[in-house]
Design a binder for this molecule. Structure first.
Ligand code: C2E
Ligand code: MG
Ligand code: MG
Length: 735
């Protein structure tokens, strides 16, 4: 029985043997010479290089043996490889281990055996160099052992050469295999920069076939303007220079066969081949990666629609300038009428308008300025080093003019305007948050002042904003405790001053601040959640009052009530009005609802339907402050109006300004043409009164006839001595 090594040791030994690729190969010439030499030196008929595989012994090189292999079980060499030194058997018939071995008992008739393990540099005994004879021997001297050992060393040396050869062959084919399937370009060059290897991916990346590329200078893939540098670099490194790029991954431009330039990523390695430097590079086409990086960059920094820097870039730039105390003007701009474009012509039109406006704004500023879109129709322009409000206002004016030019869309000319708020560093703040906040307040002011204008921030605006905040907080309490009251302003026939009706005007009886006019709270109220609820209260209270005065004798009395946007948005205005009329008993014809352009601009389609149904109930509809806004003339065709209210500004101006007279005349003319009544607001003097009468205006309202006043004062002034609660009680009692 042969001795059995541990499985792990045996696995490693067999693997080591495989590295020489000898077991199934013809003997290398060197080995045959060694065994022939051994046979001669020791005067034996048999000398063998025997390899011990897992289950068999293979005679790789041999003298005096016919067979090529035997079972490992019976191999005497199986014993030899378990020893550190040579195994010498002088007479096998006398050795208990081998006396019954088939080599001894069988036709081979082996008597003498001397074998020495062949060990790899790592110490694995993978075979033996052995001698055998059919004759016994008396001795095997130390000198013999030494000779055998030297022959074994020679054999191991040869074997090592063989192993390197095998490894090289394997790694070459492994390399070629990897290179051919690699998605990366693999290019090798010699010390002079000639291409020696060019894989399939390199063909793909650069467009040159491998036969075309191999032998050429590496300049083949270098853009013309950079040529010479790479070859020179390789040359320098090949001649012992310090490699700058070896071992690193760098990005650089490369040249395609078709002449185009594109970015690649390249990792360079260097080794020695037959004593000379050789270079290999792994090349990756990074066009797609670059495109992705660019896309991500754009997503993070640019507004996708206009390609302008986005809010985060803007804040960063503004902070950069403002925090070091450098002057900068911040122009915050909002497009007036953008929502209408979006609603009426669709988002395609909206997008197109935004792109056009972006280009126009850019054209109004210097290359060092930043134009950014914050989202929606809001843009911000930074003017670094401009700390003079007049210069900032000049730029603002240019932008406003540019925005006001018509935008062509689908054969239509769309007209918008811009409102613009200006804040400046360092006077208004020294960081992005503060400055944008100030510009926003100034923008809000520009919008409140009628839009299509610019306003410079002033600390007063901040106080106003704070007041608005406080006001918003107090509104809930006001609603709950009933702090609102209605004042009534008389409306008269201009020919004889007879009372025809009143306009109900809200006031806030504030516990600390006294009686407040709408100017102090109406904007905040209109945008609050109480707007519709307060609007309902105004409607009901005024209707009760009107009915009371009608019952007290003013039979044709008409009550004008101002509506707000929220009342339309809630969607049940017609029902509310009808219910109020029926509850209070006021005839529909005695109620006139006033709408302003603010309401019209916000929601046109539903608004028209609501107005029609209100009109059908017999309620009058007046267009308030007519002529001040942008509401177009065509609105008169589409809206079921009954009256135009000439704004106070024209009345005030008409004595001094020819233009204002013209406008008043035009409104009166429109009224005639469209069958609408007209009333003039804000008549303060007899002269205005006379002028309006001459122009043919039928009715008027103003301080000349009476300021807005509480119900009792109104009743007393016009002899309508019945108060509303009494009238309602009477009506409810009658019902
Ligand atoms: P408006 O509807 O155009 O009301 C006319 C405004 O002009 C009133 O201001 C009135 O006091 C003022 N006025 C009338 N005659 C003269 C005059 O001869 N000289 C001058 N200088 N002013 C005159 P008021 O009451 O401050 O109301 C301002 C605005 O607030 C109203 O303008 C209306 O738009 C809004 N408003 C008032 N009450 C209500 C309400 O109950 N609901 C809603 N939604 N808005 C209301
Ligand atoms: Mg009004
Ligand atoms: Mg008005």
């Amino acid at each position: 029985m042969r001795p059995t090594p541990s499985l792990i040791v045996e696995d490693a030994r067999v693997a080591a043997l495989a590295e020489y690729d000898l077991v199934n190969s013809a003997p290398a010439p060197g080995f045959t010479q060694i065994v022939a030499l051994a046979a001669r030196l020791f005067e034996v008929p048999i000398a063998v290089v025997s390899l011990i595989d897992r289950d068999r012994q293979v005679f790789h090189a041999k003298v005096g043996v016919a067979s090529c292999e035997t079972d490992r079980e019976i191999a005497i060499c199986s014993h030899t490889i378990m020893q550190t030194e040579a195994l010498v058997v002088l007479d096998a018939t006398l050795d208990p281990r081998f006396h019954d071995n088939p080599f001894v008992t069988g036709p081979s008739q082996i008597r003498f055996y001397a074998g020495i393990p062949l060990r790899t540099p790592a110490g694995h005994a993978i075979g033996t160099l052995c001698l055998a004879d059919t004759r016994t021997r008396n001795t095997f001297s130390d000198a013999d052992r030494e000779t055998l050992r030297q022959l074994a060393d020679l054999t191991v040396d040869r074997m090592e050469l063989r192993r390197l050869e095998v490894a090289q062959r394997a790694s070459q084919s492994r390399f070629e295999q990897i290179a051919s399937t690699s998605p990366d370009g693999i290019i090798c060059a010699d010390a002079s920069g000639r291409i020696t290897f060019w894989n399939a991916a390199a063909e793909q990346i650069f467009g040159h076939g491998s036969t075309e590329a191999i032998g050429q200078s590496i300049d083949l893939i270098v853009p013309e303007r950079m040529r010479g540098g790479h070859g020179g670099g390789l040359h320098r490194v090949a001649n012992g220079g310090k490699p700058r790029l070896v071992g690193k991954t760098i990005e650089l431009p490369a040249r395609h066969k078709d002449g185009t330039e594109f970015p690649i990523e390249l990792s360079l390695s260097k080794w020695q081949e037959e004593g000379r430097a050789a270079f290999g590079s792994i090349v990756r086409d990074i066009r797609e990666r670059r495109a992705n990086e660019e896309r991500l960059f754009r997503l993070a920094h640019l507004d996708p629609l206009t390609e302008l820097p986005n809010r985060s870039v803007l804040r960063e730039r503004l902070d950069e300038i403002a925090t070091v105390g450098r002057p900068v003007s911040v122009l915050m701009l909002d497009l007036d009428g953008f929502k209408e474009v979006n609603d009426s012509y669709g988002h395609g039109a909206g997008d197109s308008v935004l792109r056009v406006m972006a280009t126009r704004i850019l054209a109004c500023v210097r290359p060092i300025d930043t134009v950014s879109r914050l989202g929606g129709d809001e843009f911000v322009v930074l003017l670094p080093d401009i700390g003079d409000p007049l210069r900032a206002a000049e730029v603002a004016g240019t932008i406003i003019a540019a925005v006001a030019e018509a935008v062509e869309y689908d054969g239509q000319a769309l007209r918008l305007s811009a409102s613009l708020g200006i804040a400046m560093a360092p006077s208004h703040g020294n960081n992005a948050g503060e400055l944008l906040g100030c510009a926003d307040l100034a923008l809000y002011q520009a919008k409140s002042d009628g839009r299509h204008c610019h306003r410079l921030f002033s600390p007063v605006l901040r106080h106003q904003a704070q007041r608005a905040r406080v006001c918003r907080d107090e509104l809930g309490r006001a609603v709950e405790r009933g702090e609102f009251v209605l004042f009534y302003q008389p409306q008269v026939r201009l020919s004889d001053g007879a009372l025809v009706g009143a306009e109900a005007l809200i006031r806030w009886q504030h516990p600390d601040r006294g009686l407040l006019s709408p100017a102090a709270f109406i904007d905040v109220l209109d945008s609050s959640r109480y707007a519709a609820q307060v609007g309902d209260w105004v409607l009901r209270t005024a209707c009760i009052q009107a009915e009371a005065w009608r019952s007290a004798g003013a039979l044709d009395f008409r009550m004008g009530i101002n509506l707000c946007t929220a009342q339309f948005q809630r969607g049940d205005l017609t029902e509310t009005v009808r219910a109020t009329l029926s509850d209070t008993g006021l005839p529909a014809a005695s109620l006139e609802l006033e709408i302003t352009e603010n309401i019209v601009l916000r929601q046109e389609i539903e608004l028209i339907a609501t107005l029609h149904s209100l009109r059908e109930s017999g309620v009058g509809i007046a267009f308030d402050d007519y002529g001040t806004g942008y509401a177009s003339l065509s609105l008169l065709k589409r809206f079921p109006l009954t009256r135009l209210k000439i704004d106070r500004s024209f009345v005030t101006g008409m004595l001094a300004s020819h233009h204002d007279v013209t406008i008043v005349r035009a409104i009166l003319q429109l009224g005639l043409g469209f069958g609408l009544s007209v009333i003039a607001e804000g008549i303060e003097t007899e002269a205005e009164h006379a002028c309006l009468r001459t122009e043919g205006c039928q009715e008027g309202q103003g301080y000349l006839f009476g300021k807005p006043m509480p119900a009792d004062a109104f009743a007393a002034g016009y002899g309508l001595g019945v108060d509303a609660s009494w009238a309602l009680a009477r009506r409810l009692g009658a019902a």
